[in-house]
Design a protein around this ligand. Structure first.
Ligand SMILES: Cc1ncc(COP(=O)(O)O)c(C=O)c1O
Length: 366
C-alpha cells in the first residue's frame, strides 16, 4: 500500500509463469495487437500510436519527452512536485529550453497560472502531471489546459503514471496529445512494459524531426518498425511483461473503467475517513486529493520512519514516507488496483492505530 508497486493481481502473476514465445512469433503478434487495443480502452483514445514501452514508467516518460521535444523547443514543466522536476531534467537533456510553471507542492497547477506562463513563454511543449505521486495531488482541468496549450500551437504531454486505471482519464475527449503511464500502480502489474499513447499531431512532429532523437532505444521512429504495421525487429520485447500487461488490462476491461474509478474513490475515501478518525490529517485539501495516493501529515510527536518500519515488520504492510523535500513531513499511502480493497484498509488502519499508540500519540479531540 505504498506509492507503487501495488499488489500484483494473482491472475497477472499466473500468466507470468507461461512459456515464452519469440517476439516475432505470430502468436505473440496477436498478443501485441490485443495489448494495443486494451491500452486504447484504458487511455480512452483511438490513437493508432498506443504501445507499451519496454522499461519502467521513466522509459515511457523519456520516450514521450525525448521524441516530442526538439532541440531549441520552449518547454513548460509543472513546479508542484518531484515528477515535474524529472520532466524538466529530461526536457533539458532533449535540448529544450525549459521554464517552470509556478506551483506549490501539495496543490495542483492553477489554470490561470498556466495561461500566464503560456502567454509569457509561447511554449512548443507543455508538460503536466495528472497524479503527482510525491504529494498526492490530482491535476484538474486537463481539458482546459489542453485548450490553452493548443490555442497557442503547442503540444500537451501528461504524466498519468498514478492515474491510468485508477482515476478518471479521457485522453481524446480532454485533448491530451501525449500520455504515458506505468503498469505497477493502478494496473497492478509488475514494472517492465509502460503504456504510452500519442496522437497524430505529436507523431507528425516526431516524423518531421530533422535530427533524430538522441536515444536510439527509445526513438519512436525506429520502434515504429516493431509496434507499427511491419512488426519487424527493433529490440527483443520483454515477452513476460507483455503477457502481464495484457492480463492486467484485460482485468481493467472486465471490471469496466468507470466501475474501477468508482472503486478507487470509495475505498480511498474510507481510508481517509478512518485515518481522520484516528486523529490524523490529510496533507492535501479534499478538492485536490488523489484517491490513488493519499498523503497524511506526520504528527509532530511521531517518528515517521518508526511507524513505516513497524507496519512493515509487524503487519507486513508497506507504506512510504515523503519524497524529496517532503521527507519526514508526510506518509504516502497507495490505494491502487488490486490493493484497493476494504480488507486492506482495515488491516492498515488497525496497524496504524497500534503503532501510533506505541509512539504515545494522543489525537486532539474536537
Ligand atoms: C508520477 C510518476 N511519474 C513517473 C514515475 C517514474 O516511473 P518508474 O519509477 O516506473 O520509472 C513515477 C514513479 O513512481 C511516478 O509516480
Amino acid at each position: 500500500m505504498g506509492p507503487g508497486p501495488s499488489e500484483v493481481h494473482p491472475e497477472v502473476l499466473e500468466v507470468m509463469s507461461k512459456p515464452l514465445v519469440g517476439h516475432l512469433d505470430p502468436a505473440f503478434i496477436e498478443i501485441m495487437d490485443e495489448v494495443q487495443e486494451l491500452l486504447r480502452y484504458a487511455f480512452q483514445t483511438a490513437n493508432e500510436w498506443t504501445i507499451p514501452v519496454s522499461g519502467t514508467g521513466s522509459a515511457a516518460m523519456e520516450a514521450a519527452i525525448g521524441n516530442v521535444v526538439v532541440p531549441g523547443d520552449t518547454v513548460l514543466v509543472p513546479g508542484n512536485g518531484y515528477f515535474g522536476e524529472r520532466m524538466a531534467q529530461m526536457a533539458e537533456r532533449a535540448g529544450g529550453d525549459v521554464s517552470v510553471i509556478e506551483g506549490r507542492w501539495g496543490e495542483p497547477i492553477d489554470i490561470d497560472t498556466l495561461q500566464t506562463a503560456v502567454d509569457e513563454t509561447d511554449p512548443d511543449v507543455v508538460c503536466l502531471v495528472h497524479a503527482e505521486t510525491s504529494t498526492g495531488v490530482l491535476q484538474h482541468d486537463l481539458a482546459k489546459a489542453a485548450d490553452i496549450v493548443h490555442e497557442n500551437g503547442g503540444l500537451l504531454i501528461v504524466d498519468c503514471v498514478t492515474s491510468l486505471g485508477g482515476v478518471e482519464l479521457r485522453v481524446d475527449e480532454w485533448g491530451i496529445d501525449v500520455a504515458y503511464s506505468g503498469p505497477q500502480k493502478c494496473l497492478s502489474c509488475p514494472p517492465g512494459a509502460s503504456p504510452l499513447t500519442l496522437n497524430d499531431r505529436a507523431m507528425e512532429k516526431i516524423e518531421a524531426r530533422e535530427e533524430p532523437m538522441r536515444c536510439w532505444y527509445l526513438d519512436l521512429q525506429l520502434i515504429a518498425d516493431y509496434w507499427g504495421s511491419d512488426r519487424s525487429y527493433h529490440h527483443t520485447a520483454p515477452i513476460t511483461n507483455v503477457y502481464a500487461i495484457r492480463e492486467a488490462l484485460r482485468l481493467v476491461a472486465e471490471e469496466g473503467l468507470e466501475a474501477r474509478w468508482d472503486r478507487h474513490e470509495q475505498i480511498a475515501s474510507s481510508l481517509v475517513e478512518q485515518l481522520e478518525a484516528l486523529g490524523l490529517d490529510t496533507y492535501v485539501s479534499s478538492e485536490d486529493w488523489l484517491p490513488t495516493l493519499t498523503t497524511i501529515q506526520v504528527p509532530d510527536s511521531v517518528d515517521d520512519n518508526a511507524v513505516i518500519e513497524q507496519l512493515r515488520t509487524s503487519a507486513g504492510i508497506e507504506i512510504a514516507g515523503g519524497l524529496g523535500s517532503m521527507a519526514g513531513e508526510i506518509w504516502r499511502i497507495g490505494c491502487m488496483g488490486h490493493s484497493a480493497r476494504e480488507e486492506n484498509i482495515s488491516l492498515l488502519v488497525d496497524a496504524m492505530a497500534s503503532s501510533l499508540e506505541d509512539q504515545g500519540f494522543e489525537p486532539m479531540v474536537d
